[in-house]
Design a protein around this ligand. Structure first.
Ligand SMILES: Cc1ncc(COP(=O)(O)O)c(C=O)c1O
Length: 402
């Protein structure tokens, strides 16, 4: 087998340098651990950038994919396949309000589909969508334009027109942004890349009211779209994070953890709304392919059989206990924010050196927005593994010299 260094040299010659990568080549994963080409083992508190919610190579998903791949790898959406129908049924049933699904391959594609759906549903002249600052919706031009972070727009203008950015949590600002050309509001129920920001009380419900009021008041309604690409599929202790609040969206977008690490994205829409995606308006060649759908069904079965929604609550409590104790000894930790296994440690200082120090001690974590250490661990993380990782975090955080 090639060494990490040899693989890095291969990349340097042949792979576009658009990612900042750690100088490690990973070759194997199991549960919450990954191994590099040199045989070193790492504890992964950020498995698959949020995609490996069941840990690396979850056995039931591996089995389902093996079985499916030997039977039918891919057929396009000109045909029916059972797995896609059953997955759509399973996702719709878990919303509590029904819903019909469209499938694609990633989060950004899911949001592109939602943007098109909103414009088609809104009808002629209604194309504007309200989104929030510090949101993240993806990297293709529509989702990127929806993303309320100028740093991601630089050099890529002109963007897709029609997005109005408002502060996350500010209902009045959202209300002021509505005009007669507005067709939708698009938000993450909990901002992920933006730093694990939970919505203030009443915010999501208030957005629902705003969408229902329409523009002009009593006129055409707006769609309320929740981007649950990062929060969805049980990460927060509910199938969909918005279920923590008394709010029912019109559209939910999903990806990341949807298929246990296999590429899969999609949206769920109220059937009256879903109708706007008529034949010819949208498509994805690989969308809803049999392998991704079999993997997603196995993911849902695992979450249910292993009671992982309950486990999310247990892990949140245990992480909170450990991290709050560390915070008590480290004044440079300002706040711990968590919902299920979506955890942010707000620092008063740059988080990058901490990520690097964790890597040296073979713990994988992420830093977002410069000062937030982000953990998206697997729901299958064992208590002993949680403690092992928190011991490393404690060690790294408490050694900070200022
Ligand atoms: C909330 C949210 N939406 C969309 C995306 C884009 O997903 P993808 O990278 O699969 O296109 C991300 C990715 O981090 C995300 O966190």
């Amino acid at each position: 087998m090639n060494s990490s260094q040899q693989i890095i040299e291969l990349f340097n010659r042949h792979v576009v340098p658009n990612y900042t990568r750690y100088p490690v080549c990973l070759v194997r994963g199991e549960g919450s651990y990954v191994w590099d080409a040199e045989g070193n083992r790492y504890l992964d508190f950020f498995p698959g950038w949020g995609c490996d919610l069941l840990g690396h190579c979850p056995p039931h998903v591996v089995e389902a994919v093996r079985e499916q791949v030997g039977r039918l790898i891919h057929v396009p959406n000109t045909w029916y396949t059972e797995a896609q129908g059953r997955l759509a049924e399973a996702l719709g049933e878990r919303t509590g309000w029904g819903g019909q699904c469209f499938f694609c391959n990633s989060g950004t594609e899911a949001n592109e589909a939602a943007i098109k759906l909103a414009r088609l549903y809104g009808g002629p002249g209604r194309y504007k969508i309200i989104t929030t600052f510090n949101s993240f919706h993806g990297r293709t031009m529509g989702s990127l334009s929806a993303t309320g972070q100028p740093k991601y727009h630089q050099g890529l203008e002109p963007l897709l027109p029609g997005f109005s950015y408002v502060p996350f949590g500010d209902l009045d600002a959202a209300a002021r942004a509505v005009d007669k050309e507005t067709c939708a509001i698009l938000v993450e129920p909990i901002q992920g890349e933006g730093g694990i920001n939970l919505p203030p009380a009443g915010y999501l419900e208030g957005l629902r009211d705003l969408a229902d009021r329409g523009c002009p008041p009593g006129g055409q309604l707006l769609l309320l779209i929740f981007d649950e690409v990062q929060t969805g599929m049980g990460r927060t202790g509910r199938w969909y994070a918005h279920q923590h609040w008394d709010v029912r969206p019109d559209v939910v977008t999903l990806a990341k953890a949807l298929a246990g690490g296999i590429a899969c994205g999609g949206l769920i829409a109220r059937p009256e709304v879903a109708k706007a995606l008529r034949p010819g308006t949208h498509a994805a060649t690989f969308g809803g392919n049999p392998i991704a759908c079999a993997a997603a069904l196995a993911t849902i079965e695992t979450i249910e059989a292993d009671r992982l929604l309950e486990r999310a609550v247990h892990l949140e409590n245990r992480f909170r206990e450990r991290l709050e104790a560390i915070k008590g000894r480290c004044p440079w930790i300002k706040e711990v924010r968590a919902r299920g296994v979506m955890i942010g440690i707000q620092l008063a200082v740059d988080g990058t050196p901490f990520v690097n120090a964790c890597l040296e001690r073979r713990l994988l974590v992420n830093c977002t927005h410069g000062t937030v250490l982000r953990l998206l661990p697997a729901l299958t993380l064992a208590d002993a593994e949680l403690d092992e990782g928190c011991d490393i975090l404690e060690n790294v955080l408490s050694q900070y010299k200022g």
